[in-house]
Design a protein around this ligand. Structure first.
Ligand SMILES: Cc1cc2nc3c(=O)[nH]c(=O)nc-3n(C[C@H](O)[C@H](O)[C@H](O)COP(=O)(O)O)c2cc1C
Length: 194
């Protein structure tokens, strides 16, 4: 059976660099038989400006966010997938705030078990990917963002593969004509979905 992929795309630019690459990745993954859900996280309506650390999720038995808004059902669907891919432009050496807002609320999918003295979750079966574009070179922006996601995924005992795209300008559409990058992004999609 084909893999189920969720892509969390955190660029506010619908037809920008990041979403162009997201489209190519999805094309490749679909070729490999995957079902791809692309979530435009920059357009989700959230009740608060990020995780408010209400700890409602930690008090509940369920792996779900206690805040009822458009982000909650996205989080709830994540454990049903096989692969989750984050996609973001670099904004001041980090991921976009729009993606970080969703990422922080993934705290609701992880619980601290005092008896075991460790965190428990239902995400162990997932493969993780990152697509990240920036206007400069690999260092420092793309490397820093990759580090954030690798460390976060490592925290739950998993690994993450990334496609880092330097020199992606917002002042022209050059990326859309980049056939070599298109092929690399599609190949990355086929690989993760395979
Ligand atoms: C608010 C903002 C902050 C940015 N910060 C960085 C940065 O720290 N380093 C960098 O190389 N590019 C930076 N850029 C450029 C974008 O990361 C880059 O052009 C990216 O490909 C834009 O993606 P998009 O077309 O999906 O929006 C920034 C752009 C914006 C709008």
């Amino acid at each position: 059976m084909g893999k189920k992929i969720m892509m969390l795309s955190g660029s506010p630019r619908k037809n920008g660099n990041t979403n162009t690459v997201v489209g190519w990745f999805a094309e490749g993954a679909k070729e490999a038989g995957a079902a791809v859900e692309v979530v435009d996280v920059a357009r989700l309506k959230s009740r608060n400006n990020g995780c408010i650390a209400c700890m409602g999720c930690q008090k509940s038995e369920k792996y779900e966010c206690a805040v009822d808004d458009e982000i909650k059902p996205i989080l709830a669907r994540m454990p049903e997938k096989d692969i989750v891919v984050f996609a973001t432009p670099v904004y001041f050496f980090g991921p976009s705030a729009q993606l970080k807002l969703v990422m922080d609320r993934m705290y609701s999918l992880i619980k601290f078990d005092p008896a075991k003295g460790q965190y428990v979750h239902e995400l162990g079966h997932l493969k993780w990917g990152l697509i990240c574009t920036d206007g400069g070179d690999i260092n420092p922006g793309l490397s820093l963002v990759e580090q954030v996601f690798k460390t976060s995924v490592g925290f739950i005992g998993s690994e993450l593969e990334s496609l880092l795209i330097p020199f992606a300008s917002m002042y022209n559409d050059d990326i859309k004509q980049n056939a070599e990058l298109r092929e690399r992004a599609m190949a990355f999609g086929r690989k993760l979905a395979g």
